[in-house]
Design a protein around this ligand. Structure first.
Ligand code: ZN
Ligand code: ZN
Length: 244
């Protein structure tokens, strides 16, 4: 399994970092974990063709995690014409929100059919699904008040990966990181304590309880960047490639 960090920044693109997106390759299968507004930019900067994406798993419906989808649709319409289906998984409400976003951004185009089948799979926390031989197990994480936010445990090619999405600290991160080869965990804050994002001292303390072989902090916010000299856990950066 190879993971390329397309964006290690938060919604504010703190420090000039791009927004959330990870390109994961397992054998000949490629997929995205999240698709922030800057994801197509990242793919082209790094040199990953959008045709290599077989499916997309969305953690939650915040713009820095799914706002890049309309640009990918355009890419598949004009630049890299696509005929194979595109599966997008995510929390309940996924299809409506993605279609609303596409309509808001490209109204006339959105009224025409796409040149490829777009298949939405709205998932339920705790119920695994398999797409292209990749098992996705979504789990609930605390991030929004009314709407569901997921983390994912991804299993493929004999490897396991935990992706926290955006969340406050929660015990699911302990449970689902058990025996994973890599855990990508958000770290938005340093001194701010909030129930919907993780602060560095918390993850530094709790990381000892996580059962992952390697922990990578991402979705790095301004507070963390300002105090990087105090950070000893491994942090992601845009373009980072990890062989898992
Ligand atoms: Zn975010
Ligand atoms: Zn969010």
């Amino acid at each position: 399994m190879r993971v390329t960090v397309l964006g290690a920044g938060d919604a504010f693109s703190s420090g000039g970092r791009r927004q959330s997106g990870y390109f994961v390759e397992v054998g000949s299968t490629g997929f995205l974990l999240d698709c922030g507004v800057t994801t197509l930019l990242a793919l082209k900067t790094i040199g990953i063709g959008a045709e290599r994406i077989d499916f997309i798993a969305i953690s939650h419906l915040h713009g820095d995690h799914f706002g890049g989808l309309p640009f990918l649709f355009l890419e598949y319409l004009y630049e890299k014409p696509r005929t194979k289906p595109l599966v997008i998984t995510g929390p309940p409400g996924l299809e409506e929100r993605v279609r609303d976003l596409y309509r808001a951004m490209y109204r006339e185009l959105s009224e025409r059919p796409l040149c490829f089948p777009l298949c939405f799979e709205e998932l339920i926390a705790g119920q695994a699904t398999t797409v292209c031989d990749v098992q996705l197990l979504p789990f609930y994480v605390p991030h929004q008040e009314k709407h569901v936010s997921f983390g994912y445990r991804v299993t493929a090619g004999g490897k396991a990966l935990l992706y926290s999405g955006d969340c406050g600290w929660n015990e699911n991160l302990i449970h689902y990181s058990h025996d994973t080869d890599l855990a990508i965990c958000e770290c938005c804050y340093f001194h701010t304590q909030a129930p919907f994002h993780i602060s560095y001292p918390t993850i530094a303390r709790e990381s000892r309880r996580m059962g992952c072989k390697r922990l990578l902090l991402s979705h790095i916010g301004r507070e963390v960047l300002e105090r990087m000299d105090e950070v000893t856990l491994e942090c992601a950066y845009d373009g980072m490639v990890l062989e898992v």
